[in-house]
Design a protein around this ligand. Sequence first.
Ligand code: BGC
Length: 533
Amino acid sequence: MRTRIAAALALLLAACSNGRSGGTAPAEPGLAFPEGFLFGAATSAEQTEGGNTNNNWYQFTRLPEYAALHAGPSGVADDSYNRFPEDVALAAAMGLNAYRFSIEWSRVMPSRRTFSDRALAHYGAVIDAARAAGMEPWVTLHHFSEPIWLQDLRDPDCARGASDDNLCGWPNPDAPAAFAEFCGRVGAAYGDRVDRWATFNEPNVYISNGYLAGGFPPARLGILDLAGEVIPVARGLFEGHARCYDALKAADTVDADGDGAAAEVGWTMSAEYAFPADPASAAHVRARERVDYIGQGLYLAAVTGGTLDADIDGAPDETHPDWADRLDWLGVQYYAASAAVPLPFPPPLDATACSDTIAAVLGDLGSLLLDAVGCPPAPVLDFPIPGYTGPAPRHYGGVHQPTGLRKLLNRLSAEYPGRPLYVTENGFGVREADAARGPLRRARSIVRTLEQVHKTLEDGVDLRGYFHWSLLDNYEWLAGFDIRFGLYGVDYATLARSPTEASRVYGEIASARALPDRLIEEYGSGDGPLSEP
Ligand code: BGC
């Protein structure tokens, strides 16, 4: 109850100060965050807007051949396309100073050669609303969804050949060119109000889930045919990133926030904290390095060093000087930690995180395989895996571990020095069946994670902000509406939004720009259990 009263007061103060509470010292003992540190919340277009009928997820969730892979379409989602003023106000009510959302490419470019003034006006209004509420708009330009005309799933093998109606995906040089046109157009439209742009959200997840062995559209199984299926997509995507970067730099020349830089262009990467299953084993230490390299390193080498490692063996095979030095900041999206082990196969199957889909896909056989390659047992936590409700996991993979974020950020800062880091996503998903227990666990996760964020700042890491995923419960891709991640709950029957314990706790911290010791006492510290007392 103490917390609720304090949170209510904090929210009231935040509302009075329009969300800008500056870098003042905490009013009570606790951990103060530096001036300018961003506290934000994140969403994406396909997951919240509703009514997206011109993108790959719309097609994917309607074509019968993909029906077994997903839990259904996004439909009206949260109807945020229409309710964005309310959603922006909910973010601002927590005292946030940044709001991350994505612009739906298929709305702005309904066809290869046209732009929609209506859609451009809409996103301009979202940006204006965020700024008016005291929040810096952080704009993502590709958050998994992309126009049907980029790759039409009705002709997945491009049997009818490429045309403006179906570019047949990223390998077609016209795909990165089209993306760059989109980037240039929005850069010109919003450059006076937006400084922070992300080209791709989690290009590593887009590729692994869509082309290596996952269920995202176009659901290709290319892990055994890197050269034919995967690398041409990666090449096109890196080219798209680089050309989008250049287009944004050219189009957005206004320094909207007065910090001396106009367009600051980065991307966001899904990143678990991987650790060697057996730290004393050189093979396991090497496996950890390989897991990070396969998951993130080779992507970052492309856009920082301008190289492409086409056989994923660790050595660059192609140089692309016009991809190099095109990442002004790196967004880190952290949900879990996993042990890494070596596998007796050629790259990219020479190492794996124990959280891999192996066990999920292969069932008991997968579990036996993970046993055989040395995956350690899961720690005894009451709620180890975000969104997990099955039988107790057997292996240390995909485990909720706030302390892993600090180690991951320290590692990335050492490996990619001179590049500011932002936690652009971190969150805690709970399945619908367990929804009532979500907000308290999410509140505990937030307090414990922000404690680690503060320690990371004390370590000297150039970390400049934290965005919670997500502002609202929303469409969780293959899981449909079955996993809730929202600071605010959404009643999908009425679309009513409601505050939760998590929005109150996060709002109290963001408004005060400090994590009071009182909250750590109440919600816990470190990696321990998240259950109710
Ligand atoms: C994605 C989000 C997703 C979240 C939770 C991230 O990988 O960027 O779109 O909802 O994780 O699964």
